[in-house]
Design a protein around this ligand. Structure first.
Ligand SMILES: [Zn+2]
Length: 394
Protein backbone atom coordinates (compact mmCIF):
# COMPACT_ATOMS: atom_id res chain seq x y z
CA UNK A 1 0.00 0.00 0.00
CA UNK A 2 1.09 3.56 -0.70
CA UNK A 3 -0.71 6.32 1.18
CA UNK A 4 -0.38 9.37 -1.03
CA UNK A 5 -0.63 13.07 -0.16
CA UNK A 6 -0.83 12.74 3.60
CA UNK A 7 -0.15 15.80 5.73
CA UNK A 8 1.75 14.86 8.88
CA UNK A 9 1.59 16.53 12.29
CA UNK A 10 4.66 18.62 11.46
CA UNK A 11 2.86 20.12 8.46
CA UNK A 12 4.87 18.30 5.80
CA UNK A 13 3.21 16.37 2.99
CA UNK A 14 4.43 12.82 2.45
CA UNK A 15 3.66 9.67 0.53
CA UNK A 16 3.91 6.72 2.89
CA UNK A 17 5.09 3.40 1.55
CA UNK A 18 3.76 0.48 3.59
CA UNK A 19 5.23 -2.98 3.35
CA UNK A 20 4.18 -6.00 5.43
CA UNK A 21 2.20 -3.81 7.81
CA UNK A 22 5.05 -1.41 8.52
CA UNK A 23 6.13 2.00 7.31
CA UNK A 24 8.84 1.31 4.75
CA UNK A 25 9.44 4.85 3.47
CA UNK A 26 8.25 8.43 3.94
CA UNK A 27 8.60 9.91 0.47
CA UNK A 28 8.69 13.66 -0.14
CA UNK A 29 5.67 15.36 -1.69
CA UNK A 30 7.62 15.90 -4.94
CA UNK A 31 8.16 12.16 -5.42
CA UNK A 32 6.16 10.58 -8.23
CA UNK A 33 3.16 8.59 -7.10
CA UNK A 34 3.25 5.33 -9.05
CA UNK A 35 0.14 4.23 -10.93
CA UNK A 36 -0.56 1.19 -8.76
CA UNK A 37 -3.80 -0.39 -7.63
CA UNK A 38 -2.79 -0.14 -4.00
CA UNK A 39 -2.35 3.65 -3.88
CA UNK A 40 -4.63 5.28 -1.33
CA UNK A 41 -4.76 9.02 -2.03
CA UNK A 42 -5.86 10.81 1.14
CA UNK A 43 -5.77 14.16 -0.69
CA UNK A 44 -4.20 16.34 1.96
CA UNK A 45 -5.89 14.80 4.99
CA UNK A 46 -4.04 15.08 8.29
CA UNK A 47 -2.57 11.65 9.04
CA UNK A 48 -2.06 10.98 12.73
CA UNK A 49 -0.81 8.03 14.75
CA UNK A 50 -3.61 5.91 16.27
CA UNK A 51 -5.29 7.11 19.44
CA UNK A 52 -4.46 5.43 22.73
CA UNK A 53 -6.86 5.07 25.65
CA UNK A 54 -4.73 4.82 28.77
CA UNK A 55 -7.60 4.09 31.15
CA UNK A 56 -10.85 2.37 30.27
CA UNK A 57 -13.15 -0.11 32.05
CA UNK A 58 -14.28 -2.66 29.45
CA UNK A 59 -16.07 -4.79 32.06
CA UNK A 60 -18.13 -1.94 33.50
CA UNK A 61 -19.70 -0.46 30.38
CA UNK A 62 -23.38 -1.06 29.65
CA UNK A 63 -22.97 0.06 26.02
CA UNK A 64 -25.56 -1.49 23.75
CA UNK A 65 -28.06 -2.16 26.54
CA UNK A 66 -31.24 -0.14 27.10
CA UNK A 67 -30.59 2.99 29.17
CA UNK A 68 -29.98 2.30 32.84
CA UNK A 69 -30.42 5.28 35.16
CA UNK A 70 -27.61 6.05 37.59
CA UNK A 71 -28.55 4.46 40.92
CA UNK A 72 -25.89 5.93 43.18
CA UNK A 73 -27.45 7.14 46.44
CA UNK A 74 -24.67 9.64 47.13
CA UNK A 75 -21.58 11.18 45.63
CA UNK A 76 -18.87 9.21 47.38
CA UNK A 77 -16.75 6.53 45.71
CA UNK A 78 -18.25 4.06 48.22
CA UNK A 79 -21.81 5.00 47.14
CA UNK A 80 -20.94 4.30 43.52
CA UNK A 81 -19.36 0.94 44.36
CA UNK A 82 -22.64 -0.06 46.07
CA UNK A 83 -24.75 1.17 43.14
CA UNK A 84 -22.63 -0.83 40.73
CA UNK A 85 -23.24 -4.01 42.74
CA UNK A 86 -26.99 -3.56 42.26
CA UNK A 87 -26.64 -2.90 38.52
CA UNK A 88 -24.40 -5.95 38.15
CA UNK A 89 -26.83 -8.19 40.02
CA UNK A 90 -29.56 -7.23 37.55
CA UNK A 91 -27.65 -7.54 34.29
CA UNK A 92 -28.17 -10.55 32.03
CA UNK A 93 -25.86 -9.70 29.11
CA UNK A 94 -22.26 -10.88 29.64
CA UNK A 95 -19.53 -8.28 30.00
CA UNK A 96 -17.75 -9.74 26.98
CA UNK A 97 -20.65 -8.53 24.81
CA UNK A 98 -20.99 -4.99 26.16
CA UNK A 99 -17.21 -4.64 26.30
CA UNK A 100 -16.95 -5.77 22.68
CA UNK A 101 -19.54 -3.13 21.75
CA UNK A 102 -17.21 -0.57 23.30
CA UNK A 103 -14.09 -1.90 21.57
CA UNK A 104 -15.83 -1.70 18.19
CA UNK A 105 -16.93 1.87 18.91
CA UNK A 106 -13.48 3.06 19.99
CA UNK A 107 -11.79 1.38 17.02
CA UNK A 108 -14.09 3.26 14.68
CA UNK A 109 -12.94 6.50 16.33
CA UNK A 110 -9.27 5.62 15.84
CA UNK A 111 -8.19 4.00 19.11
CA UNK A 112 -5.99 0.94 18.53
CA UNK A 113 -4.36 0.58 21.96
CA UNK A 114 -5.92 0.64 25.41
CA UNK A 115 -5.34 -0.17 29.07
CA UNK A 116 -8.43 -1.63 30.70
CA UNK A 117 -8.89 -1.97 34.43
CA UNK A 118 -10.93 -5.06 35.37
CA UNK A 119 -12.85 -5.35 38.64
CA UNK A 120 -11.73 -8.07 40.99
CA UNK A 121 -13.09 -8.66 44.50
CA UNK A 122 -14.14 -11.56 46.69
CA UNK A 123 -17.66 -11.60 45.23
CA UNK A 124 -16.77 -11.26 41.54
CA UNK A 125 -13.69 -13.43 41.78
CA UNK A 126 -11.99 -13.56 38.39
CA UNK A 127 -15.27 -13.60 36.42
CA UNK A 128 -14.85 -10.15 34.92
CA UNK A 129 -11.22 -10.88 34.06
CA UNK A 130 -12.32 -13.93 32.10
CA UNK A 131 -14.84 -11.81 30.18
CA UNK A 132 -12.21 -9.21 29.28
CA UNK A 133 -9.74 -11.93 28.30
CA UNK A 134 -12.41 -13.11 25.82
CA UNK A 135 -12.61 -9.58 24.41
CA UNK A 136 -8.84 -9.37 24.12
CA UNK A 137 -8.76 -12.67 22.22
CA UNK A 138 -11.64 -11.63 19.96
CA UNK A 139 -9.86 -8.43 18.85
CA UNK A 140 -6.25 -9.60 19.13
CA UNK A 141 -5.36 -8.78 15.52
CA UNK A 142 -6.91 -5.32 15.69
CA UNK A 143 -6.28 -3.69 19.06
CA UNK A 144 -3.86 -3.94 21.95
CA UNK A 145 -5.67 -4.47 25.26
CA UNK A 146 -3.53 -4.22 28.37
CA UNK A 147 -5.29 -5.44 31.52
CA UNK A 148 -5.00 -4.10 35.07
CA UNK A 149 -6.24 -6.36 37.88
CA UNK A 150 -8.26 -3.73 39.74
CA UNK A 151 -9.48 -4.18 43.35
CA UNK A 152 -12.67 -2.11 43.00
CA UNK A 153 -13.88 -3.07 46.48
CA UNK A 154 -10.54 -2.50 48.18
CA UNK A 155 -8.03 -5.15 49.18
CA UNK A 156 -8.14 -5.31 52.99
CA UNK A 157 -11.88 -4.70 53.27
CA UNK A 158 -12.52 -7.48 50.74
CA UNK A 159 -10.59 -10.39 52.26
CA UNK A 160 -9.15 -12.76 49.68
CA UNK A 161 -8.72 -10.03 47.07
CA UNK A 162 -4.91 -9.96 47.28
CA UNK A 163 -4.79 -13.66 46.39
CA UNK A 164 -7.23 -13.04 43.52
CA UNK A 165 -5.12 -10.16 42.17
CA UNK A 166 -2.10 -12.44 42.18
CA UNK A 167 -4.08 -15.19 40.42
CA UNK A 168 -5.30 -12.63 37.87
CA UNK A 169 -1.73 -11.86 36.86
CA UNK A 170 -1.07 -15.58 36.48
CA UNK A 171 -4.12 -15.83 34.21
CA UNK A 172 -3.13 -13.00 31.89
CA UNK A 173 -3.59 -9.59 33.53
CA UNK A 174 -0.60 -7.34 32.82
CA UNK A 175 -0.52 -5.01 35.83
CA UNK A 176 -1.72 -4.93 39.40
CA UNK A 177 -4.09 -2.12 40.37
CA UNK A 178 -5.05 -0.33 43.55
CA UNK A 179 -7.72 1.98 44.90
CA UNK A 180 -7.51 4.80 47.46
CA UNK A 181 -5.36 3.03 50.06
CA UNK A 182 -6.64 5.37 52.79
CA UNK A 183 -10.08 6.40 51.48
CA UNK A 184 -11.28 2.88 50.78
CA UNK A 185 -9.05 0.52 52.76
CA UNK A 186 -8.06 2.87 55.61
CA UNK A 187 -4.56 1.36 55.64
CA UNK A 188 -1.92 2.99 53.46
CA UNK A 189 0.87 0.53 54.26
CA UNK A 190 -1.34 -2.55 54.20
CA UNK A 191 -2.79 -1.67 50.80
CA UNK A 192 0.59 -0.82 49.25
CA UNK A 193 2.22 -3.90 50.84
CA UNK A 194 -0.28 -6.10 49.03
CA UNK A 195 0.10 -4.38 45.65
CA UNK A 196 3.86 -4.10 45.57
CA UNK A 197 4.36 -7.65 46.90
CA UNK A 198 2.37 -8.99 43.94
CA UNK A 199 4.10 -6.63 41.49
CA UNK A 200 7.50 -7.75 42.73
CA UNK A 201 6.65 -11.45 42.70
CA UNK A 202 5.11 -11.33 39.22
CA UNK A 203 7.40 -8.66 37.75
CA UNK A 204 4.53 -6.46 36.55
CA UNK A 205 3.77 -2.75 36.63
CA UNK A 206 1.31 -0.96 38.91
CA UNK A 207 -1.62 1.41 38.19
CA UNK A 208 -3.42 2.81 41.25
CA UNK A 209 -6.73 4.75 41.23
CA UNK A 210 -6.26 7.62 43.68
CA UNK A 211 -9.30 9.85 44.19
CA UNK A 212 -8.33 10.91 47.72
CA UNK A 213 -7.69 14.65 47.66
CA UNK A 214 -5.83 17.27 49.69
CA UNK A 215 -2.78 16.68 51.86
CA UNK A 216 -3.94 13.13 52.60
CA UNK A 217 -3.82 12.35 48.89
CA UNK A 218 -0.35 13.91 48.60
CA UNK A 219 0.88 11.70 51.46
CA UNK A 220 -0.32 8.66 49.51
CA UNK A 221 1.34 9.85 46.30
CA UNK A 222 4.65 10.24 48.13
CA UNK A 223 4.27 6.78 49.64
CA UNK A 224 3.58 5.27 46.21
CA UNK A 225 6.67 7.02 44.81
CA UNK A 226 8.80 5.61 47.63
CA UNK A 227 7.43 2.09 47.09
CA UNK A 228 7.98 2.23 43.33
CA UNK A 229 11.58 3.29 43.87
CA UNK A 230 12.28 0.56 46.42
CA UNK A 231 10.66 -2.05 44.18
CA UNK A 232 12.58 -0.92 41.09
CA UNK A 233 9.31 -0.07 39.37
CA UNK A 234 10.28 3.42 38.19
CA UNK A 235 8.74 3.96 34.78
CA UNK A 236 6.27 1.13 35.37
CA UNK A 237 4.02 2.76 37.98
CA UNK A 238 0.99 4.92 37.24
CA UNK A 239 -1.34 6.85 39.48
CA UNK A 240 -4.72 7.37 37.83
CA UNK A 241 -6.66 10.58 38.64
CA UNK A 242 -4.41 11.96 41.40
CA UNK A 243 -7.02 14.62 42.15
CA UNK A 244 -4.93 15.62 45.18
CA UNK A 245 -2.42 17.36 42.91
CA UNK A 246 -5.18 19.69 41.78
CA UNK A 247 -6.45 20.44 45.26
CA UNK A 248 -3.25 21.69 46.94
CA UNK A 249 -1.26 24.89 46.47
CA UNK A 250 1.18 25.20 43.56
CA UNK A 251 4.28 24.87 45.78
CA UNK A 252 3.07 21.57 47.22
CA UNK A 253 2.11 20.35 43.75
CA UNK A 254 5.56 21.29 42.41
CA UNK A 255 7.41 19.61 45.29
CA UNK A 256 5.32 16.48 44.84
CA UNK A 257 5.88 16.57 41.07
CA UNK A 258 9.65 16.50 41.61
CA UNK A 259 9.31 13.38 43.76
CA UNK A 260 7.00 11.71 41.22
CA UNK A 261 9.35 12.53 38.34
CA UNK A 262 12.35 11.09 40.18
CA UNK A 263 10.39 7.91 40.94
CA UNK A 264 9.18 7.60 37.34
CA UNK A 265 5.49 7.77 38.27
CA UNK A 266 3.13 8.56 35.38
CA UNK A 267 -0.15 10.37 36.01
CA UNK A 268 -3.36 9.56 34.11
CA UNK A 269 -6.06 12.19 33.85
CA UNK A 270 -9.38 12.00 31.99
CA UNK A 271 -10.18 15.68 32.46
CA UNK A 272 -12.59 15.06 35.34
CA UNK A 273 -15.88 16.92 35.36
CA UNK A 274 -16.56 16.82 39.09
CA UNK A 275 -13.12 16.83 40.71
CA UNK A 276 -9.98 18.98 40.64
CA UNK A 277 -7.80 18.27 37.62
CA UNK A 278 -4.07 17.83 38.32
CA UNK A 279 -1.93 20.74 37.05
CA UNK A 280 -0.91 19.00 33.83
CA UNK A 281 1.49 21.63 32.50
CA UNK A 282 3.23 21.96 35.85
CA UNK A 283 3.64 18.21 36.07
CA UNK A 284 5.05 18.09 32.55
CA UNK A 285 7.48 20.93 33.29
CA UNK A 286 8.72 19.01 36.32
CA UNK A 287 9.33 15.90 34.25
CA UNK A 288 6.24 13.84 35.10
CA UNK A 289 4.73 11.93 32.19
CA UNK A 290 1.01 12.65 32.00
CA UNK A 291 -1.38 10.78 29.73
CA UNK A 292 -5.09 10.45 29.07
CA UNK A 293 -7.87 7.90 29.31
CA UNK A 294 -11.65 7.71 29.10
CA UNK A 295 -12.33 6.13 32.48
CA UNK A 296 -16.04 5.33 32.83
CA UNK A 297 -18.16 5.10 29.70
CA UNK A 298 -21.92 4.55 29.96
CA UNK A 299 -21.75 2.50 33.12
CA UNK A 300 -23.00 2.48 36.71
CA UNK A 301 -20.51 5.26 37.51
CA UNK A 302 -21.11 7.65 34.65
CA UNK A 303 -23.87 8.12 32.08
CA UNK A 304 -21.39 9.93 29.81
CA UNK A 305 -18.53 9.03 27.51
CA UNK A 306 -18.12 7.46 24.10
CA UNK A 307 -14.47 6.37 24.07
CA UNK A 308 -13.46 8.94 21.44
CA UNK A 309 -9.95 9.93 22.54
CA UNK A 310 -9.82 12.99 20.30
CA UNK A 311 -12.92 14.24 22.10
CA UNK A 312 -11.21 13.28 25.37
CA UNK A 313 -8.24 15.47 24.41
CA UNK A 314 -10.72 18.31 23.88
CA UNK A 315 -12.22 17.74 27.33
CA UNK A 316 -8.81 17.57 28.98
CA UNK A 317 -7.78 20.78 27.24
CA UNK A 318 -11.04 22.47 28.23
CA UNK A 319 -10.72 21.47 31.87
CA UNK A 320 -7.04 22.46 31.95
CA UNK A 321 -7.86 25.84 30.40
CA UNK A 322 -5.59 25.15 27.42
CA UNK A 323 -5.94 27.70 24.62
CA UNK A 324 -2.65 27.91 22.73
CA UNK A 325 -1.69 25.53 19.94
CA UNK A 326 1.23 24.11 21.89
CA UNK A 327 -1.15 23.31 24.76
CA UNK A 328 -3.64 21.61 22.42
CA UNK A 329 -0.74 19.61 20.97
CA UNK A 330 0.17 18.61 24.50
CA UNK A 331 -3.39 17.38 25.11
CA UNK A 332 -3.12 15.40 21.87
CA UNK A 333 0.16 13.87 22.99
CA UNK A 334 -1.60 12.72 26.18
CA UNK A 335 -3.91 10.51 24.07
CA UNK A 336 -1.25 9.37 21.61
CA UNK A 337 2.52 9.33 22.16
CA UNK A 338 2.60 9.78 25.94
CA UNK A 339 -0.05 7.09 26.50
CA UNK A 340 1.69 4.74 24.07
CA UNK A 341 4.94 5.23 25.98
CA UNK A 342 3.31 4.42 29.32
CA UNK A 343 1.64 1.32 27.85
CA UNK A 344 4.97 0.24 26.38
CA UNK A 345 3.63 0.08 22.82
CA UNK A 346 6.58 -0.70 20.58
CA UNK A 347 6.89 0.51 17.01
CA UNK A 348 4.39 3.31 17.65
CA UNK A 349 4.31 6.58 15.70
CA UNK A 350 4.84 7.74 12.16
CA UNK A 351 8.41 6.76 11.42
CA UNK A 352 10.19 4.28 9.20
CA UNK A 353 9.92 0.81 10.69
CA UNK A 354 6.92 1.64 12.87
CA UNK A 355 3.59 -0.15 12.54
CA UNK A 356 1.49 1.24 9.68
CA UNK A 357 -1.32 2.36 11.98
CA UNK A 358 -2.99 5.71 11.27
CA UNK A 359 -6.01 7.90 11.72
CA UNK A 360 -6.85 10.34 8.93
CA UNK A 361 -8.92 13.45 9.61
CA UNK A 362 -9.85 16.65 7.81
CA UNK A 363 -7.96 19.26 9.82
CA UNK A 364 -5.13 21.64 9.05
CA UNK A 365 -3.19 20.86 12.21
CA UNK A 366 -3.18 18.79 15.38
CA UNK A 367 -4.39 21.82 17.35
CA UNK A 368 -7.35 22.24 15.00
CA UNK A 369 -8.14 18.53 15.30
CA UNK A 370 -8.24 18.76 19.10
CA UNK A 371 -10.43 21.86 18.99
CA UNK A 372 -12.87 20.63 16.33
CA UNK A 373 -12.90 16.82 16.74
CA UNK A 374 -13.32 16.10 13.02
CA UNK A 375 -14.85 12.87 11.76
CA UNK A 376 -12.36 10.05 11.37
CA UNK A 377 -12.09 9.61 7.58
CA UNK A 378 -9.95 6.50 7.84
CA UNK A 379 -8.55 4.26 10.52
CA UNK A 380 -5.71 2.07 9.27
CA UNK A 381 -4.22 -0.89 11.12
CA UNK A 382 -1.09 -2.57 9.76
CA UNK A 383 -1.71 -1.04 6.33
CA UNK A 384 -5.34 -2.17 6.18
CA UNK A 385 -8.40 0.05 6.46
CA UNK A 386 -10.40 -0.95 9.55
CA UNK A 387 -12.84 1.98 9.66
CA UNK A 388 -14.08 4.58 7.23
CA UNK A 389 -15.98 7.76 8.12
CA UNK A 390 -16.52 6.54 11.66
CA UNK A 391 -17.92 3.16 10.58
CA UNK A 392 -16.07 -0.08 11.20
CA UNK A 393 -14.96 -1.85 8.03
CA UNK A 394 -13.92 -5.15 9.62
ZN1 LIG B 1 -11.07 4.13 36.48
Amino acid sequence: MLIANAVLADGTTRHIDVERGRIAALLPAEADVPARDDVLDVAGALLLPPLVDGHIHLDKTLLGLPWIANQSAGNRVADRIEAERRVRAARTVPEAETGSNLVRQVMASGTLHMRSHVDIDNQLGLGNLHEVLKIRERFRDLVTIQIVAFPQSGILRSPGTAELLDAAIAEGADLVGGLDPVGIDGDLDGHLDAIFTIAGRRDVGVDIHLHDGGEGGITQLLAIAARATTAGLQGRTTVSHAFALGSVDADTAARTADVLAKAGIAIMSHGPGGAPIPPLSLLHRHGVRVFGGSDNIRDAWSPFGNGDMLERATMIAYRANFRHDHELQFAFDMVTGAAAHVLGIEDYGIAIGAAADFVAVDAGSVAEAVATRPRRKLVIKGGKIVARDGVLAV
